[in-house]
Design a protein. Structure first.
Length: 244
């Protein structure tokens, strides 16, 4: 087996979807991975199928006080750290006329505050060790304030700004900070949305790992780079009239 790009990684949100597939592909490449999530049965199954390279860690990212201990435990298990991927996320269904604070708070708690709780620690450690990559899964949904699910959009936009700011802090210490912005990917999150042409999760994970050691923001499709450049620059009064 060739030397892996990353020897030791933490994947937060590894029990299903994109995070699970990232964990599988990293382990196949020879990376030791601490797989974090609440559903321990899923994480244990993942570990069983991964030749001793995956170490499950049960953790709820919304219990913010417990993040430092979980982070410490994970780095201890790995005896170091080269990569942290934050893939935890929730996107409850929100009706077009629904303004539901509980659902909104759940998205802010997991998609944004959980990311900050984990990635602050990663940035602080990597700034000191002058080595490592930090990856967060954003979304094309963060590029504009769309009417369908306002707070999901908000969490992804805020995550992008946070990642840019962290990058601007730690890049001088040779730490890479990467935000990926997938379009629809076929996972549990999108299973009931009837989306045609969602990207297979295997393809999404492969593309994410290709850019995981780079600084910057990355779309997973070349067409999205162009399409969302246009979308980001449509004047607000026109965007309001479009059904996108
Ligand atoms: N699927 C898409 O089309 C798409 C597109 C763009 C971006 N994304 C983003 O990609 C990321 C992964 O989504 P996915 O599609 O792979 O969805 P998924 O299959 O539903 O996976 C979500 C992951 O988040 C974890 N999670 C949720 N709440 C958590 C909590 N309180 N504590 C710890 N972990 C928690 C889940 O683990 P437990 O439930 O076991 O805790 C699970 O591992 C999300 O940030 C999503 O916004 C997805």
């Amino acid at each position: 087996m060739a030397t892996p790009k990353f020897k030791r990684a933490i994947v937060v949100g590894a029990s299903s979807g994109i995070g699970r597939e990232l964990t599988i592909q990293l382990a196949k490449q020879g990376t030791s991975v601490v797989a974090v999530g609440r559903r321990m049965d899923r994480l244990a199954m993942l570990a069983e199928s991964a030749d001793g390279r995956v170490f499950p860690l049960q953790h709820d990212v919304t219990i913010y006080d417990s993040v430092p201990l979980a982070f410490q435990e994970a780095t201890k298990m790995l005896d170091g750290l080269d990569l942290v991927i934050y893939a935890s996320g929730v996107m409850p269904e929100v009706g077009f006329h629904e303004f539901n604070f509980e659902k909104d708070k759940a998205m802010v708690d997991v998609n944004l505050l959980g990311a900050i709780a984990w990635l602050n620690l990663a940035a602080e450690r990597m700034e000191q060790t002058k080595h490592g990559s930090i990856v967060a899964i954003g979304s094309v949904a963060g590029d504009r304030g769309r009417s369908g699910n306002p707070v999901y959009n908000t969490t992804k936009a805020a995550l992008a700004t946070y990642m840019e700011a962290i990058r601007n802090r730690v890049a001088r210490h040779d730490v890479k900070v990467c935000l990926v912005k997938p379009g629809p990917v076929a996972t549990e999150m999108t299973a009931n949305l009837g989306i045609k042409n969602a990207m297979p999760v295997e393809e999404a994970a492969t593309k994410i790992l290709k850019v995981a050691d780079k600084n910057g923001e990355f779309y997973l499709k070349f067409a999205h780079r162009i399409a969302f450049f246009i979308v980001r620059n449509i004047p607000s009064w026109i965007f309001r009239r479009l059904k996108i």
